[in-house]
Design a protein. Structure first.
Length: 612
């Protein structure tokens, strides 16, 4: 079995053996989508605009030079026509080169945004496919940040790889070729040499300071995970007056961030100083060469201007090279960590031959089921029982016995390690998960609601259900009257995770939701544990109504709620230690009978106290 440890996974982000350029390959299919010829066309057109923009950019200094030459060789001329025409052409070409660059963006933006959307969606869908185990072991904050950073990374990468690095390389090539063909080879050599030195210097320094950047990201993640966790536990913090302690923990993370951010900034400035020096030296050398050319008349003033214009034009985009290189590597790392989520294997997957569950009554059978969440701790041992179609079986037993585990296994959140679970004779590992889960409804032990209206949360049981169906379900769950008594009725918002409702109200919303789903098989895991005896009795009546003719598994602590079950299983430490109907178990005078007596005594006492 695969095990994930949160710490190694969280560390993996921003670490790894440096950015892996092969990540780009993962991105490629999204940029060249096979079934979207329109997007592919856009890519091609964008590339044409890119080439056009750069071709024109290289012409700008040439026109500039001719204008200067026209002015300097015939300074006394009254015919200003030639230079004027040249200057107009110069202006037009400049405008065009900018326009082409923008056109390229306009055409390409849809491709980039579509890629971001597709990647984001696949990751999201994949996260829902991954097992419960994955989600219990992950920090939600970390995963969502990973997606956020990953998609930002894609955007950055596309913008800069395609529209900065690629055009700049093209321009360097073109300019070197023009210089080479027009003048002495030394111009092209110095210009290209300077760029080489510059690039080598920038990349190596950037590589060196990446570690500060990485620490910065890590500490940033750490701080935000701490903040989220602390705020999620808002109430707990207050119960224990631990605000100081929380602030201290948060500040420690912030302090580490502060240190890393400072180092990062200082080293960036060092990099900038070095870059500036290299460019200045290259530029000076070339201009000295040009000045010598003008002095010995092998070059005109226009040539001098041309060389200068070319170099400034070339070196300008290099200013951002360090930043871009680092960000590209960072983007690659971010993307990699997002794509790693995509490669994370789903623990539970449909078998290749999986077929939809063929329901016929909904008989549930556990055959000698053994299971443990971890290999070194067995939770269920040889559990065997059958819930005949339409019947009700109750599971009772001490806390931690494995009762909820049985319902998780039936839902196939985990696979059993021994034995089998069958519904109408079909092993649940042989049917599709969607059809399996559609057939089962559960009122879980801890209900968590979506941060939306009560209506939304009930309707979640069957999206598209009408208002009358929602109300009927709410009535059966004895919550309708409460809901309409609220100022906003069914539109009342329940707060994050449903925390604005009381435990019993939440439970009844969950019951209504499951009633609306109306599945063939029902599981009630302590579905009424948070209710007072009166409300519980009321609901019991409707639950009995709802579960008539449905296969029902009830987990309960309060034994009075299960006396009518067709069979009662007493589970202890993952084993069924007693089984039978209520009467038989009482007669047998074993564990169940003892539990029953204890609860009866407590109930009697309560009644007597109530009378006093
Ligand atoms: N995801 C998990 N990973 C590891 N152990 C788990 C996990 N979930 C539950 N357990 C353990 O499995 C055992 C059985 O848990 P289960 O939730 O089935 O108990 P239960 O019978 O429903 O108890 P209760 O009556 O308190 O709800 C417990 O000891 C629990 O600590
Ligand atoms: Mg439980």
């Amino acid at each position: 079995m695969r095990r994930h440890s949160p710490s190694t996974w969280d560390k993996a982000r921003g670490q790894g053996p440096g950015a892996d350029w092969s990540t780009l390959r993962t991105l490629f299919p999204y940029l060249w989508p096979p079934d979207e010829p329109g997007l592919r066309l856009r890519v091609v057109v964008a590339m044409v605009f890119l080439a056009a923009a750069k071709g024109i950019t290289v012409m700008v200094p040439l026109l500039y030079k001719q204008a200067v030459d026209a002015l300097t060789t015939r300074p006394d001329t009254t015919i200003i026509v030639v230079p004027l025409a040249l200057l107009l052409a110069y202006g037009a070409v400049r405008t065009l080169s900018g326009a082409f660059a923008e056109l390229r963006d306009i055409v390409f933006v849809k491709v980039a945004q579509r890629a971001i959307r597709s990647v984001g969606l696949s990751v999201f869908q994949h996260l829902h496919r991954l097992g419960l185990r994955f989600h219990l072991e992950r920090q939600t904050g970390g995963v969502s940040r990973s997606i956020e950073r990953g998609t930002k990374g894609i955007e950055f990468l596309l913008n800069f790889m395609l529209f900065n690095i690629l055009p700049t390389l093209l321009e360097i090539g073109l300019v070197t070729a023009v210089l080479w063909s027009l003048y002495d080879a030394s111009f092209a050599l110095i210009a290209a040499g300077t760029i080489l030195v510059y690039v080598a210097f920038t990349l190596s320094v950037t590589e060196w300071r990446t570690k500060y950047r990485r620490t910065m990201n890590e500490t940033d993640s750490e701080a935000s995970t701490k903040a989220i966790d602390s705020l999620l536990n808002f109430e707990t913090v207050k119960y224990f007056c631990n605000e100081e302690h929380e602030a201290g923990r948060y500040d420690k993370a912030l302090q580490r961030y502060e240190g890393a951010a400072t180092k990062s900034k200082v080293t960036l400035s060092l990099l900038n100083i070095g870059q500036g020096a290299i460019i200045a030296i290259g530029l000076t050398l070339v201009m000295i060469q040009a000045a010598r050319g003008v002095a010995d008349h092998s070059m005109t003033l226009g040539d001098f201007v041309l060389v200068n214009a070319y170099l400034v034009q070339l070196y300008m985009p290099l200013n951002f090279l360090g930043f871009i290189y680092r960000e590209i590597k960072q983007s690659l790392t971010d993307m990699e960590s997002m794509f790693r989520l995509l490669r994370e294997n789903a623990e539970i997957e449909d078998a290749a031959t999986a077929r939809p569950l063929a329901l016929a009554g909904g008989e549930v059978r556990f055959e000698d089921v053994s299971f443990g969440y971890d290999p070194d701790r067995q939770i269920l041992n040889g559990v065997t029982f059958t819930v005949p179609a339409g019947r009700t079986v109750a599971i009772v037993g001490p806390s931690g016995a494995g009762k909820s585990t049985i319902s998780r296994l039936l839902f196939r959140f985990y696979d059993v390690q021994g034995g089998a679970i069958r519904i109408d004779g079909q092993d649940i590992r042989a049917v599709t998960q969607a059809s399996l889960r559609a057939a089962i409804g559960i009122v879980p032990q801890d209900t968590v609601l979506f941060n939306d209206s009560i209506r939304y949360n009930i309707a979640y049981g069957r999206p598209g259900a009408g208002q009358d169906e929602i109300e009927t379900a709410a009535r059966l769950a004895s919550i309708h009257d409460f809901i309409v008594s609220l100022p906003q009725g069914y539109e009342t918002r329940v707060g994050e995770r449903g925390l604005k409702l009381s435990g019993g109200e939440k439970q009844r919303v969950a019951i209504a939701r499951t009633i609306l789903k109306s599945p063939a098989i029902l599981i009630f895991d302590e579905a009424t544990s948070a209710l007072d005896t009166h409300t519980e009795k009321e609901i019991q009546v409707s639950l009995r109504e709802v579960s008539r003719d449905r296969t029902t598994l009830i987990v309960a602590h309060r034994l009075s709620t299960v006396v009518d079950a067709d069979e009662i299983l007493v589970l202890e430490q993952g084993r069924i230690v007693e089984r039978g109907r209520h009467g038989q178990l009482i007669e047998a005078d074993g564990r169940y009978a003892a539990m029953w007596r204890k609860q009866q005594e407590a109930a009697d006492l309560q009644e007597r106290l109530a009378l006093v």
